[in-house]
Ligand binder design. Structure first.
Ligand code: PRT
Ligand code: MG
Length: 212
């Protein structure tokens, strides 16, 4: 069995390719052109599987993949127990922020101790953030298009990822709090690390050299 690396289509795949390329590893199919979910590489002992970004930790945890690349946001939301995270790959960087409508006075809502309605896909991160600040919130779980929530009155605020800020701007939202910086991590299955130590270590080293 080749070593299996789990990636998600889009920015994680795109930003991981150059790291592999620095060790002469190339992926032989283009996920934007092919419908294949298992991609061969130029190394017979390494293959890539394509999964949803939020499924990467699950694949690695249960051994469906030996290694994977996942955003810190996804790892925190999934729960990090049992996942070895040897490297910050410093790719797909962004930040987790609180944003509100430009006409919503967040600071005074917090000062007055009002309950704030917060819509987010990132309920673990949001719950922890507001608990640390002692702010009372009602969390509303969404799966996408968080920016719409304050515009429709569904929520007062959102917790979402921001990179350029142009999505917030296009929807008249402003960032009021920076929760944490986010980047993607290499995650490794604990059993693979023991049972397939040599090839797994070799691939971790490939990534380590590419990052430093
Ligand atoms: O799309 P799917 O539901 O399958 O999963 P996903 O959305 O988690 O996957 P993907 O590929 O979109 O994101 C994978 C990882 O990339 C995330 O887990 C983050 O760690 C990281 N990342 C980096 C980002 C962004 N930058 C980012 N800007 N993930 C999402 N965004 C979104 C953000 O949610 C917002 O809607 O882009 C929008 C904001 O971008 P700006 O540039 O307008 O600020
Ligand atoms: Mg997405």
């Amino acid at each position: 069995m080749p070593i299996t690396l789990a990636l998600s289509k889009g920015r994680i795949f795109d930003d991981t390719l150059p790291l592999l390329a620095s060790a002469g590893i190339t992926v032989l199919d283009d996920p934007e052109k092919s419908r294949k979910l298992i991609l061969a590489t130029n190394r017979p002992d390494l293959r890539v599987v394509l999964v949803r970004a939020s499924d990467v930790p699950t694949y690695v945890q249960y051994g469906g993949a030996d290694l994977g690349v996942a955003g810190k946001d996804v790892l925190i939301e999934h729960g990090e127990d049992g996942l070895y995270q040897p490297l910050d790959l410093k790719i797909a960087r962004c930040r987790m922020s609180v944003a509100v409508r430009a006409d919503f006075d967040y600071a005074s809502a917090v000062r007055q101790g009002s309950r704030i309605r917060v819509a987010t896909k990132y309920t673990q991160i949001a719950r922890q953030h507001f608990a640390d600040k002692g702010v009372h919130v009602d969390l509303i779980k969404l799966y996408g298009s968080m920016e719409l929530a304050p515009l429709t009155g569904l929520a007062d605020a959102i917790v979402d990822l921001v990179s350029t800020g142009s999505t917030l701007k296009a929807n008249n939202l402003v960032e009021v709090e920076h929760i944490m910086d986010i980047s993607s991590r290499l995650v490794v299955n604990q059993a693979a690390l023991k049972l397939r130590r040599e090839p797994v270590r070799a691939l971790i080293d490939v990534f380590a050299k590419a990052v430093s």
